[in-house]
Design a protein around this ligand. Structure first.
Ligand SMILES: *Cc1c(COP(=O)(O)O)cnc(C)c1O
Length: 367
């Protein structure tokens, strides 16, 4: 069976260096907010080309803390509307609702699965105060028109960059397309840790300070508290691991792009619709996932399973149809619903050999 993902195999290439780093942390006896976190924050900010990176406990917290910080700064308040794509992962929505802000769903472009400028403009009201763009599946969702809309209506732009570490558009990397960005280092992400971890990037010093304090009990100075904060910090051990893995992120993304290019050129089957890159720039998609659309999804998945190929679905139920959001269940987002009914993620990870990529392609062409 070709697995959808095989982290044990992927991590083998790092194991000696990582074990050495982890041992150093253990020997140091310093496990929270020390040199490793400081180093990684510096390295990740540099990598993204952003002024600040703040390590946090996970990707959801990164986004929650950004919105929370804007509330503390007086730029957002309870009941304000945040525009967000209707087909995103549930965490994007939770970061809005957990701050008592109101998500306003915008249908995506069915070919790219990403948000388009015009539908955003249509949803702006006097209550709209922010847009949460999601670089879904690894593709840069930013577009200069989104910045114009934000500027015209005085909206904050926040990026959910949990799936798009290192993706760039005309040289500008994710983490810089808005006022702030949330990253996840969940193990399966393009930059993954060995547990939960995340980061916020921003070019705004004040926001960076408030996020940092909020994630540390609201404290900017030991035992002095400016805010009613929470505990959401990046561990020293995770930071040490991330520093090692950051070194190969660009090469890892190149390999993902290579696999995706092969699929794009060689999968030829009328029943299988391939994902589209919206921007010319080849670096604007880092293929966290390679997501195709097939009308009879279960048939297709069963066919590939019989061929020994594992697939997955990201995600089978759109946020507005989740039981957790029962108040939204009656709403209708037909494009999003169609996407959620038809999408299939085929393996696109670093565990794949060239032969396996060819075999997956040939098998899909036989469907
Ligand atoms: C993974 C993910 C998150 C949440 O990250 P965690 O580290 O799992 O909390 C948020 N948004 C998107 C789009 C994601 O894929």
């Amino acid at each position: 069976m070709i697995p959808f993902l095989d982290l044990a195999k992927i991590e083998k290439q790092f194991s000696e260096e990582i074990k050495k780093s982890v041992n150093q942390v253990i020997d140091s006896g310093w496990f929270i907010l020390g040199q490793n976190v400081q180093n990684f924050e510096h390295e990740f900010a540099n990598f993204c080309g952003a002024k600040h990176a703040i390590g946090v406990a996970n990707g959801l917290d990164a986004l929650i803390l950004i919105f929370r910080a804007y509330i503390e700064m007086g730029l957002l308040k309870e009941g304000d509307e945040v525009i967000v794509p209707s087909n995103t992962y549930i965490a994007s929505i939770l970061s809005i609702t957990q701050n008592r802000l109101v998500p306003v769903f915008v249908e995506p472009n069915i070919e790219s699965y990403n948000i388009d400028p015009q539908p955003i403009e249509d949803k702006v009201t006097s209550k709209t105060k922010a847009i949460l763009i999601v670089h879904l599946y690894g593709q840069v969702a930013y577009n200069p028109e989104i910045a114009s809309i934000a500027q015209e209506h005085d909206l904050l732009v926040v990026e959910d960059a949990a799936q798009a570490h290192g993706a760039s558009l005309n040289g500008l990397k994710t983490g810089n397309f808005g006022d702030a960005a949330g990253f996840s280092f969940y193990p399966s992400k393009n930059l993954g840790s060995f547990g939960d971890a995340g980061a916020v990037t921003t070019n705004d010093q004040e926001l960076a300070d408030v996020v940092r304090a909020l994630g540390n009990y609201g404290s900017h100075k030991k035992y002095e508290n400016l805010y009613k904060g929470q505990n959401s910090r990046l561990d020293e051990i995770q930071a040490a691991i991330l520093s090692v893995k950051l070194g190969s992120l660009d090469a890892d993304n190149d390999r993902r792009k290579q696999i995706a290019n092969y699929y794009t050129k060689n999968i030829q089957n009328d029943k299988v619709i391939l994902p589209k890159r919206i921007h010319e720039d080849k670096n604007s998609h880092v293929y966290h996932l390679f997501v195709v659309r097939v009308e009879n999804r279960e048939n297709f998945r069963e066919f590939l399973k019989e061929k020994g190929i594992a697939t997955d679905v990201h995600y089978p139920i759109p946020p507005h149809k989740q039981k957790a959001f029962s108040e939204l269940n009656e709403n209708s987002y037909p494009l999003s619903e169609k996407i959620h009914n038809e999408i299939v993620s085929i393996p696109c990870g670093l565990h794949l050999t060239d032969n396996e990529v060819e075999y997956i392609t040939t098998s899909i062409n036989q469907y």
